[in-house]
Structure formats: structure tokens, C-alpha cells
Design a protein around this ligand. Structure first.
Ligand SMILES: Nc1ncnc2c1ncn2[C@@H]1O[C@H](COP(=O)(O)OP(=O)(O)OP(=O)(O)O)[C@@H](O)[C@H]1O
Ligand SMILES: [Mg+2]
Length: 463
């Protein structure tokens, strides 16, 4: 059913045609605006902003075709349906070229008009959805979505932006797992002039070599048993766009040689094909392994490494990104709040901040995201506390700071007092949860109770 916001402009110099159309349209709950002449129609179009225009071709002060052109140039989204008295091929062609959505002959059959309008509105709705989806897609992958203000990150983003603006043909992204290489690759694509063409990704670790080859290069009919028809590969499909070769370190040596040739010569052939096809897509390769070392060990072609590493962009690990870890934690807390209405997490406790900043985050941002998601489910209060951090995080963070920050004072120290002080801090940090506190100290709960009792003046935890 049409909603009353759907506005239709009816342009026809015949008063009776207008009346009949208007009556029908209103009965289908469209809002109707009428015009008898080109100038009237122009004014009505600007003032009323109809979604659809029903447009007669022969009008007293001009041609509906000219009006069509004006409307489409002013507002490409508007759907224009031509109403024609005579089926004239020249007019039809001109109108279609001008962007008309459809034609209806006179006398107008109302049922036909109804279907046409319904289709037109649907088309318009779809177009709008597609447009927003595209925008969301593009904005979701922009550099603005990459969180981080540390020096290391700023440098990486800066280089990535310059790569995006350039027409450099290949880039190597290097970074530990979970540092955001995927994010960088997409951001580079969507910030470049290639954004309108496809971004296509393939994971070299996930597919067998033969499949990767036919995926990348495509094949000719009959190239192998299953090649029933010619197929374009990713290099072709992404013409003008970007190919993301994830985990390039896993690419089989034979394919590495083929890839090198493509990059050197700027052309490739489909499997079983004889024609050279120009490479028109940018290649972004990513690896979480040190390719140089892999090359030296004979697991990766040194020449391909050199070729790819002309522009090498290192995405820094989280542990080298200073306070970024806190920004990212807050980002994931805000996101968790969106998902879980009713709960309102505000931030993280100061001791959690300290742990986050000293922890080594081998899984990088992905690991942090998981930690926050877990805590946001378990935590009922407003602050993420150590009570809801995974034990190994507490453990490792403690261990790494222990080696770095403790120094024996010149005059010596009472080991027993230090032990007690640390035990006391652990209990305080976990709000009296002895099991968690014991984990922080890497001892059993009973050992902790013993140490606390031994000092005499401790009245115990609350678990
Ligand atoms: N700087 C950042 N800002 C916001 N989100 C980030 C950032 N870095 C990483 N992420 C998020 O962390 C997760 C892991 O990132 P991504 O998949 O890009 O890592 P990767 O380097 O490709 O890892 P892998 O080597 O395992 O494929 C994603 O959910 C991503 O959105
Ligand atoms: Mg990845």
C-alpha cells in the first residue's frame, strides 16, 4: 500500500487526463500535485519535491523530453514515467536515454499505472538502500575508524594515507596478528581513487594452491576438467580496484613465482589462456610473519619479498602503542553498551588500566576486544575490574611488570614484609576475592590465606 508521503507530480495539458489520474492516485493514497505546462511543472517540481513524475511529452509551452532532462540532472533519484499519446520510436529512445523509468500509453490503463508506480517506488527504495549501504561500507572502512593516537600509529596511518593517494601498484602490510592489517587494507582502498571499483580479498592460507591460482588468474574454458566456461579471476574482477592477498607468507612457492611475474610485467594470463591481460588492480599483501626472515630461511622467495617490500607498512603491535590501549578499551566498552541495553559500563578501573598498559597483548587489538567483551558480559557494575579479567592476563601482566619494576633497595628489605604487602595489594585489587587474588600472585588460595594469617594483623578476605 502506498503511504501518503509518496508524492506524485502529474504533468499533462489535458484537464480530463489529469483529473482521472489524480483521482486514481489519491484512491491509492498517493499525494498528488498537478501541472498543465512545462513552466508550472518546473515550479511544482522545485517546490513540492515529488518522488515520482508522470510526464506527458507534448506540452503547450515545450517538450516533456526537455523537462525530463532537467529533472534528471537536478535530481537523478527522481523516477520519471512518460505518458505518451502516440508510440513514437524516436521519442521513446530519447526518453530512455534521458533517464525515464518507464512508459505508459494513452489512454492510461489504471491497473498498468498502478503496477508501474509500485515498481517505481520499489526501485527508488532499493536505490536509496544501495546508496546508504555503499556509504556505510565506505565509511566503515575509512581511516577515521582506525583508533589510535600514539606516535607509532600516527606514523603508520600517515604512510597508509600517502599510499592511498598514490598510484603505487603494490604494498606490503606487515604486523602481528590482530593489529589491524585488514582494517588498513580496506581503509587504503576506500580512501583511494579506486574506491568505486571492487576491493577483493583472498586468504592464501585458507585455500589449496590450485584453487588460489584459478581464483586469482581466472581460467579459459577447458583449461582443466571442471572449467566448463571461461571465468574471470580476482585480478580481472578487481580492475581499477584493489586485491588483498592476506597471509601472503603462506603462498605456495610456485605461485609466488607467478605473482612476481605479474607484478614485474604488469600483465597476467588466465589459466589455459594465451592472451596477456593488463593488471589494473593494486595489490596489497599482508603477513604476520617476518617475510625477510622467511625468505632467508628459504620459505619465501627473496625476489618477491624485495618486490613487495618497496613500500612496506608496519602496523604496530598494541604493546608499542602507549595509551591507545585505553582508547580502544573505551571504544569496545561503548560498543558493548550499545549491544547490551540496560547495562551501562563507564570505563575501566585504574589498576586495570595499569595491567592493560603493561600486558604484552600477543593477540593485539583482537585480544583486547575479546577481553572487553567478556568483561562487559560478566560485569554488573559500572567499571571493569580485575575480577572479570581472564586469569592469564592478570598472571602475565603481573609477571612482566615484576621483572621490570622491582629493584632491591640498597639497604636490603624484609622479604616477609614485601610478601605481605603484595598479598595485601592483591586482596585489595580483587575486592577481597581470595581466589582471584591468589591468581594474581600465582600461588594457591590456601598459600595466600597462610601468608595473610602469618602476619597476624589481617582479618581475611570475603570469599
Ligand atoms: N586501530 C584499530 N581501531 C579499531 N579497531 C581495530 C584497530 N585495529 C584492529 N582493530 C580491530 O581488531 C580486529 C582485528 O583486526 P584485523 O582483522 O584487521 O587484524 P589483522 O592484522 O588482519 O590480523 P590477522 O593477521 O590475524 O589477520 C578487528 O575486529 C578490527 O576491527
Ligand atoms: Mg587479517
Amino acid at each position: 500500500m502506498a503511504s501518503s508521503q509518496q508524492k506524485v507530480l502529474v504533468v499533462d495539458d489535458d484537464r480530463f487526463v489529469r483529473m482521472a489520474l489524480t483521482e486514481a492516485l489519491r484512491s491509492w493514497t498517493y499525494t498528488v500535485v498537478e501541472a498543465a505546462r512545462v513552466d508550472e511543472a518546473r515550479r511544482a517540481f522545485t517546490d513540492e519535491e515529488p518522488a515520482i513524475v508522470l510526464l506527458d511529452i507534448e506540452l503547450p509551452d515545450g517538450s516533456g523530453l526537455d523537462l525530463l532532462t532537467d529533472i534528471k540532472s537536478q535530481s537523478p533519484e527522481t523516477v520519471v514515467v512518460m505518458i505518451t499519446g502516440s508510440v513514437d520510436v524516436t521519442n521513446t529512445v530519447a526518453a530512455l536515454r534521458g533517464g525515464a523509468h518507464d512508459f505508459i500509453g494513452k489512454p492510461v490503463r489504471l491497473e498498468e499505472l498502478r503496477v508501474t508506480l509500485r515498481n517505481a517506488f520499489e526501485t527508488q527504495e532499493l536505490r536509496r538502500e544501495l546508496k546508504t549501504a555503499r556509504q556505510e561500507l565506505a565509511s566503515g572502512f575509512s581511516f577515521d575508524e582506525i583508533i589510535g593516537e600514539s606516535k607509532a600509529m600516527k606514523d603508520a596511518l600517515d604512510l597508509a594515507r600517502r599510499v592511498a593517494e598514490s598510484d603505487i601498484a603494490s604494498v606490503l602490510l606487515y604486523g602481528e596478528t590482530g593489529t589491524g592489517k585488514d582494517l588498513f587494507a580496506r581503509a587504503i582502498h576506500y580512501a583511494s581513487e579506486r574506491a568505486k571499483a571492487p576491493y577483493l580479498a583472498i586468504n592464501c592460507a585458507a585455500l589449496p594452491a590450485t584453487l588460489i591460482e584459478s581464483e586469482l588468474f581466472g581460467y579459459e574454458k577447458g583449461a582443466f576438467t571442471d572449467a566448463k566456461a571461461r571465468k574471470e579471476g580476482l585480478f580481472e574482477q578487481a580492475r581499477g580496484g584493489t586485491i588483498f592477498l592476506d597471509e601472503i607468507g603462506e603462498l605456495e612457492l610456485g605461485l609466488q613465482a607467478k605473482l612476481l611475474r605479474v607484478l614485474e610485467e604488469g600483465t597476467f594470463r588466465r589459466v589455459g589462456g594465451l592472451k596477456d591481460i593488463t593488471l589494473e588492480s593494486r595489490v596489497i599483501a599482508a603477513s604476520n610473519r617476518d617475510l625477510k626472515r622467511e625468505a632467508e630461511a628459504g620459505n619465501f622467495r627473496l625476489d618477491l619479498y624485495f618486490r613487495l617490500s618497496v613500500i612496506q607498512l608496519e602496523v604496530p603491535p598494541l604493546r608499542e602503542r602507549g595509551d591507545d590501549v585505553l582508547m580502544l578499551a573505551q571504544h569496545y566498552i561503548d560498543r558493548a553498551n550499545l549491544k547490551r541495553r540496560g547495562k551501562k559500563l563507564k570505563g575501566i578501573a585504574p589498576d586495570v588500566e595499569r595491567i592493560f598498559k603493561s600486558y604484552n597483548w600477543i593477540g593485539n587489538v583482537r585480544e583486547l576486544r575479546n577481553v572487553i567483551e567478556r568483561a562487559s558480559i560478566l560485569e554488573d557494575g559500572e567499571i571493569v575490574t580485575t575480577a572479570h579479567l581472564p586469569a592469564d592476563l592478570l598472571h602475565t601482566a603481573g609477571a612482566s611488570s615484576a621483572s621490570g619494576t622491582f629493584a632491591l633497595p640498597a639497604g636490603g628489605v624484609s622479604l616477609e614484609e614485601v610478601e605481605f604487602e603484595l598479598a595485601r595489594q592483591a586482596v585489595e585489587r580483587t575486592a577481597g576475592n581470595l581466589t582471584q587474588a591468589a591468581k594474581l600472585l600465582d600461588i594457591s588460595r590456601d598459600q595466600l590465606r597462610y601468608k595473610l594469617r602469618k602476619s597476624g594483623d589481617y582479618d581475611g578476605g570475603n570469599d
